[in-house]
Design a protein around this ligand. Structure first.
Ligand code: NAP
Length: 332
């Protein structure tokens, strides 16, 4: 049973379970930097205390030697979060910043590179990790893709860069962004353990994982693994029940793309019942979706993106939207 929308998380005293994803402020379709910072400020002023970013929230300006951009591109999203927090007048200590390592952005030229067995997938690539083995995700029509690179040496190096870019001695919470088909998952999680042992990160999380991978991470990290970030929304309903597995293990579940996302097409009809409830309430259907997600599990965090202050304020109001039993009965 869901008891509160405000809970303890990752060493922070108490925070709302509705945070903010900053991906849409950092990648394709991103607004100008001033608007992005204003949007993060609007979220913090509304009460958001969880900001989600990633090493890979940037856009390559040119392919670079491995197709993933050049150093001046890297860290855009993390530096944006740092700048927003540095210029915010509120209580910085209350804010949890979570970031992720293990992914890169690519330009479409990487698809050709991936077919070239002479091409290395990145600096210091191990012989066992060829680009063609790596997961490559690309939204339809986008020039940019995503490529996993979760080798331990990459994870460790990137996490230290993330701490520098975020201007902190230790990262509050670092997720493995996702499994890398070219790297045993135990090795990727082992990098998180090294980072915990060295004090580079305070808490660890894993993302884009199935139940077996959650168990692997739990076995290696113990109670220093606190969160799983998986896709969950009305259009992506967690078929493997990883949320239930998190509940069994006492892990926080953080839903990514909680409104269906903004890059890939999704089944819009999955939101029709939410539109019905929202119309009767006179609020946005997105607010109803987020309020419904908060009812799914009492350790669920939802982290919608927004590209302007209006949307982020509208979404955050879901924290105070209590859905009645008759409304919930209309929803999945
Ligand atoms: N771990 C992972 O691999 C992973 C993957 C994806 C995302 N994420 C995380 O999840 C976060 C959220 O996911 P997401 O960015 O994919 O998409 P999302 O939160 O599902 O959808 C965001 C989009 O919904 C629209 N929106 C948001 N609030 C609204 C409101 N109140 N009213 C009307 N429209 C609203 C906006 O679109 P418009 O701007 O077009 O209006 C916004 O860009 C990301 O920022 C990121 O931190 C993690």
């Amino acid at each position: 049973m869901v008891t509160s929308n405000v809970v303890e998380f990752a060493g922070k005293v108490r925070m709302p379970r509705l945070g903010m994803g900053t991906m849409a402020l950092s990648i394709e379709g991103r607004p100008d930097r001033a608007t992005a910072i204003g949007t993060i400020h609007a979220a913090l002023d509304a009460g958001v205390r969880y900001l989600d970013t990633a090493w890979s929230y940037y856009l390559p300006s040119e392919p670079g030697p491995d197709g993933t951009g050049v150093p001046r591109d890297f860290g855009y999203g993390e530096m944006l979060v740092h700048a927003a927090l540095a210029s915010w007048s509120g209580p910085r200590d209350e804010v949890l910043v979570a970031t992720k390592t293990g992914y890169r952005r690519t330009l479409e030229v990487t698809n050709r590179d991936a077919e070239d067995p002479q091409q290395s997938p990145g600096d210091g690539a191990s012989a066992s990790a060829s680009a063609s083995e790596r997961q490559h995700l690309q939204a339809a029509g986008s020039r940019y893709g995503w490529m996993a690179d979760s080798r331990p040496e990459t994870m460790i190096r990137d996490a230290k860069e993330s701490a520098l870019r975020l201007g902190v001695d230790a990262l509050d919470l670092l997720y493995s962004h996702g499994p890398d088909p070219a790297v045993p998952y135990e090795d990727t999680v082992g990098a998180l353990k090294t980072l915990l042992d060295e004090g580079v990160i305070r808490f660890a999380g894993v993302s884009r994982v199935d139940n077996a991978q959650i168990d692997t991470a739990r076995g290696i990290l113990g109670d220093r693994l606190i969160a799983v970030q998986n896709q969950f929304s009305p259009s992506h309903p967690d078929p493997e029940h990883t949320m239930g597995h998190c509940a069994d293990l006492g892990l926080d579940f953080v839903c990514w793309s909680p409104l269906g996302g903004f890059l890939d097409a999704f089944d819009s009809h999955a939101y029709d019942p939410f539109r019905t409830v929202a119309a009767a309430r006179g609020v946005s259907y997105q607010r109803v979706v987020l309020a419904w997600e908060l009812t799914r599990y009492d350790r669920l965090f939802t982290i919608p993106s927004a590209r302007n202050p209006h949307e982020v304020r509208d979404s955050f109001a879901a924290v105070n939207l209590t859905l009645a039993p008759e409304e919930l009965s209309l929803l999945p």
